[in-house]
Ligand binder design. Structure first.
Ligand code: FAD
Ligand code: FES
Ligand code: FES
Length: 504
């Protein structure tokens, strides 16, 4: 159970604004991948929440008449990466958010949450800075639009006024037209790790591709909030596209960045990689923009073949994987999940389909979906491990996507289709092909992680796509196997995928 005082579920944006005014102490919860983890850790203990998770009007990416790209604040990372508008115009943003956590986190985490948490390491933030994004806020006074650099006030603090919610992120046409970009996340691990440093670069080249018309360099973790390297940008504008000038721009970032020492990395190391990542990102952005880097400028040495030398976890473009209500209760508020005065608990009726069967039960609003599935439905394949979204043992499918049920409120399951390992078996208990493959490949040792891994495998297999081994590794990266049988797990998933596709 989460240590939560009350949960108010918004029915519309206007309703969310009203609820925030009615309950001024309440905190907004979108996907909950920060809020629920912090609650579990005691940092938001006893909090009152206004849930905007059900506001589908805030999901999706659209292009407005004037070419402005609008990203609804509740759009999840995985949906941003897969979105055709993002892929066509802002591919670097899709790549950047494809580096967040692991697949289950990318299914639940929203871009609104990633920017409203005010965190410098947020993987979307530096790229949004590099795109000159505008934050749209809706509150009691109406709609307000704030340039992203003004939205961040200080570490963990953004310009959200009482009663306001972020409703969208806007990228004006002039901010992206003619630009190409690249994002590098430098982290200790390829998945489930936040950035030691993130660098996002955009370039606009002249028609003959020989001059930087514009350069934008943005960072995460190079200061208390995401930032632009304005001196480096000014140094680059109008310069010839040469290796010498890339070095110059990269070296100038030291006039802008102000990283600190932390247990992840020292200030000196962050300064060092600030320069390196800028240069590497510039080279790749130039390549994407159709430019050629001249070795020594206009005097005429042969253009240099580009080498993308990332040591971080950046996704190279060619390797890019596009892998990836409320209850009408009488009382305080029609949206408030009512307090049962006798038990001091709060309940809501949750109707959903679980493994193909219509179910309904009263759940405590403080319960996670793991609690509901295990306690109310005895679905013990859904394990409890870290309970903060990191290990994947509680992974289940919700409406066809995988989620760590430990950081998913049980009340959000209302109206959803949920699948667990138990639902994979045939009517007489026959194992599904993927379960059998885990046995055949000895992919199971203690078995604790296995149900969660298999549910991720189901999402992979049901996509009907053929993935490379590296792509499969990334798609399974939201799981920790304490017995470390990763190779056998990969073999089982790969073989089943090939069998289903008639290739084995
Ligand atoms: C295991 C794990 C790994 C992670 N790895 C990464 C990573 O690699 N990179 C990374 O950047 N992040 C990572 N995160 C953090 C998290 O997933 C992201 O910050 C995510 O974007 C938060 O979105 P959410 O919808 O879950 O936000 P929530 O937890 O619901 O909210 C986050 C904050 O934003 C506020 N908020 C949310 N939406 C709005 C809105 N529309 N208007 C106003 N305020 C709002 C909330 O009040 C809260 O303060 C990780 C989290 C976990 C649990
Ligand atoms: S991710 Fe849910 S228990 Fe670890
Ligand atoms: S098989 Fe033991 S934790 Fe994975």
């Amino acid at each position: 159970m989460y240590d939560m005082k009350a949960l108010h579920e918004a029915k519309s944006v206007a309703d969310a604004v009203r609820l925030l005014q009615e309950y001024p102490q309440a905190q907004i919860i979108a996907g909950g991948s920060d809020v629920l983890v912090q609650m579990r850790e005691g940092k938001r203990a006893g909090a009152e929440l206004v849930s905007i998770y059900g506001l589908d009007e805030l999901r999706g990416v659209t292009m407005e008449e004037d070419g402005t790209i609008r990203i609804g604040s509740l759009t999840s990372f995985s949906h941003i990466t897969k979105d055709p508008i993002i892929q066509k115009y802002l591919s670097v943003l899709g790549e950047a958010v494809d580096m967040v956590g692991g697949p289950q986190i990318r299914n639940i985490g929203t871009i609104g949450g990633n920017t409203c948490n005010g965190v410098t390491s947020a993987d979307s933030a530096s790229t949004l800075f590099a795109w000159d994004a505008v934050i749209e806020l809706t509150g009691p006074e109406g709609i307000r639009r704030v340039p992203i650099k003004e939205f961040y006030i200080k570490a963990g603090k953004v310009d959200l006024r009482p009663g306001e919610i972020q409703t969208g992120i806007l990228i004006p046409r002039k901010a992206y037209e003619g630009y190409e970009g690249y994002y590098i996340k430098y982290a200790m691990r390829n998945a489930m790790d936040i950035a030691t440093l993130g660098c996002s670069v955009n370039v606009k080249l002249s028609d003959d591709k020989k001059t930087f018309t514009d350069v934008r360099v943005a960072y995460g973790v190079a200061g208390p909030v995401p930032m632009r390297a304005v001196h480096a940008e000014a140094a680059g504008r109008g310069l010839e596209v040469t290796e010498e000038n890339i070095e110059k721009i990269g070296d100038t970032v030291l006039e802008d960045v102000t990283p600190r020492d932390s247990w992840r990395a020292s200030k000196a190391f962050r300064e060092h990689i600030s320069k390196l990542l800028c240069k590497r990102a510039l080279r790749e952005a130039i390549r994407r923009a159709g430019g050629m880097i001249s070795e020594a400028g206009p005097s005429g040495m042969a253009p240099k073949a580009l080498d993308n030398g990332d040591t971080g976890t950046a996704g190279k473009k060619e390797e890019r994987t596009s892998v990836l209500q409320s209850q009408e209760a009488s009382g305080v508020s029609r949206h408030t999940i009512m307090t049962d005065s006798e038990s001091e608990k709060q309940y809501k009726l949750v109707r959903c389909r679980i493994n193909g069967v219509e179910r309904e039960t009263m759940v405590d609003v403080r319960a996670s979906l793991t609690d509901m599935l295990r306690n109310d439905y005895s679905l013990t394949s859904v394990k409890k491990g870290c309970e903060v979204g990191e290990c994947g043992v509680c992974n289940v499918m919700i409406d066809g996507e995988c989620y760590n049920s430990c950081i998913y409120l049980a009340v959000w399951a209302d109206g959803k289709e949920i699948r667990t390992l138990e639902g994979l078996m045939g009517p007489d208990g026959e194992l599904s092909d993927i379960q059998q493959a885990f046995i055949d490949e000895a992919a199971v040792q203690c078995g604790f992680c296995t149900p969660g891994v298999i549910m991720s495998a189901v999402e992979i297999l049901e996509s009907g796509k053929e993935y490379s081994r590296d792509e499969l590794r990334k798609l399974l990266s939201g799981h920790l196997c304490r017995c470390t049988g990763y190779e056998n797990i990969l073999n089982a998933v790969e073989k089943t995928m090939k069998k289903r596709l008639g290739k084995l």
